[in-house]
Structure formats: structure tokens, C-alpha cells
Design a binder for this molecule. Structure first.
Ligand code: ZN
Length: 245
């Protein structure tokens, strides 16, 4: 099986379409949440995802759009975008987001948005936080999103976990170690590179032979920005897409 691993689409349809066009054939999408929030096309992104064979876990922005949590913890721009998103979403798409679980287990992989310890909220920002999370899932690997930064953490019991910065375009053998893997963000990268980030998991191999390929691709950022201007979304959110921050 070839899986398309995506996270944090954030209502950015132009970025999502670019990823789908670049990915080549795949059997299924594994989506790590935050399908909506920030961007201009919440309904279109949910519907595009729903039309694909996929599984998806819920993210904090999906929850916020459902009104399941207080937006007081959001910064003012995120809050404004969240309230706008809530107004836009069709009843059917809200219902779909409502069905999303906080975590899923597929083959050797646990899927969550934030962290296995706190699926909705925790940011795995460094090796120490990653290391503390390895005891909170039972599978060999865990996919996370939420930070919008592509990275892999390797389990090193009794010491700080090791960080691996992915290289793009060449498949990486996942090997025998336990890993926490973040594919980066489709719709709002925050590592200084504005291109959409995603990964392809190829499990058509022996168990010890799984490969993951990170990819980074440009998309028409100005299309998304123009749609955001039309919708009156906050200027800071429009600008940041160009900087990948
Ligand atoms: Zn996000």
C-alpha cells in the first residue's frame, strides 16, 4: 500500500490540490487533522478530503470550528479565522468533522494531531517532549502534526530522543527503531519554507523495509492569499503564507 500522509491543510485548497497532483497514485490518505482553520476554503478542503479514500483524526482547529472548545486560547487572528470558518462550514461538513476520532491505529502506526499523550493540544517541539511521549503509544511508529514543522524523533530510552531533519525526494528506510514522525503542513508551513509539505509511506514491503519519502512542493500561494483577501481574513495570516511561518 502507498499512503499519502498529510497534516494541517488549514483550508488551503490550492496547496492541497498541488499535493494531490504531485503525489502520484496512492491507495489511501492518512490525514493528521486541522483540515480547517486559518485559510479561505474550509468546505472545499473538507469535501476534497471526503471524496478520497482516507482516514483522519481531529485537530484543535477542527474542534474549535465545531465550537467544542473555547477560542480564548487562540491568538486574535486565529480566533477571528476560527469564527469565520464556523460560519462558513456546511451542516454536512460540520457533521463530518464531528465524527473524527482523536487517535487511530493503522498497521504499525498510531495517528494523532498533537501528541499521543495529549492528542489535541500538545506540541512536540523538541526531543525531550518527544521522548516523554514514546511511552504513550503502543505501535512502533506515531504520526503527528500540529507544529507544522517536518521532523522525525527517534526513541532513545533514558536520554533525550534524537532529532532527524528530513531530506526531500528520496525514500528513507524506517528501520527498526521507534519513531515519532511529523510530515509538516500542507497549508501553512512554519519552518521558513513556504512550500507545501507532505510524505508518502510505502508499506508494500517486508515489515523491516517500510519507506517514507518526504516531499516539498510549490503551490500558487497568491491564489490562496487572494481568496483570503476576498473573505476578509486577517492580514497577518495572509502574509505569513509567503514566508512559510
Ligand atoms: Zn495546525
Amino acid at each position: 500500500m502507498r499512503y499519502l500522509i498529510i497534516s494541517d491543510i488549514h483550508s488551503n485548497l490550492a496547496a492541497f490540490e498541488a499535493v494531490l497532483a504531485d503525489a502520484g497514485p496512492f491507495d489511501k490518505v492518512w490525514c493528521l487533522g486541522d483540515v480547517v482553520g486559518y485559510g479561505p476554503d474550509p468546505n472545499e478542503c473538507v469535501e476534497r478530503l471526503r471524496d478520497l479514500p482516507h482516514i483522519c483524526v481531529v485537530g484543535n482547529h477542527d474542534w474549535a470550528a465545531l465550537g467544542k472548545m473555547d477560542t480564548e486560547d487562540f491568538n486574535p487572528d486565529a480566533k477571528r479565522a476560527c469564527l469565520w470558518t464556523r460560519e462558513q462550514l456546511s451542516p454536512s461538513n460540520l457533521e463530518y468533522l464531528e465524527t473524527l476520532p482523536k487517535s487511530l491505529v493503522e498497521e504499525d502506526f498510531t495517528l494523532v494531531h498533537g501528541s499521543p499523550r495529549q492528542p489535541i493540544w500538545e506540541y512536540i517541539l523538541n526531543p525531550a517532549i518527544a521522548q516523554a511521549n514514546f511511552e504513550h503509544f503502543d505501535t512502533r511508529f506515531c504520526f503527528v502534526g500540529h507544529t507544522h514543522v517536518p521532523v522525525i524523533y527517534r526513541d532513545h530510552p533514558n536520554q533525550a530522543g534524537e532529532t532527524m531533519i528530513p531530506s526531500y525526494g528520496s525514500p528513507l528506510a524506517l528501520g527498526e527503531d521507534r519513531l515519532i514522525i511529523n510530515p509538516g503542513s500542507v497549508g501553512q508551513p512554519r519552518d521558513g519554507d513556504p512550500r507545501a509539505s507532505y510524505a508518502i509511506l510505502d508499506s508494500d514491503r517486508e515489515r523491516s523495509d517500510l519507506t517514507l519519502e518526504y516531499r516539498r512542493i510549490p503551490y500558487p500561494i497568491e491564489t490562496t492569499q487572494a481568496r483570503m483577501v476576498e473573505s476578509g481574513l486577517p492580514v497577518r495570516l495572509i502574509m505569513r503564507l509567503a514566508y512559510g511561518w
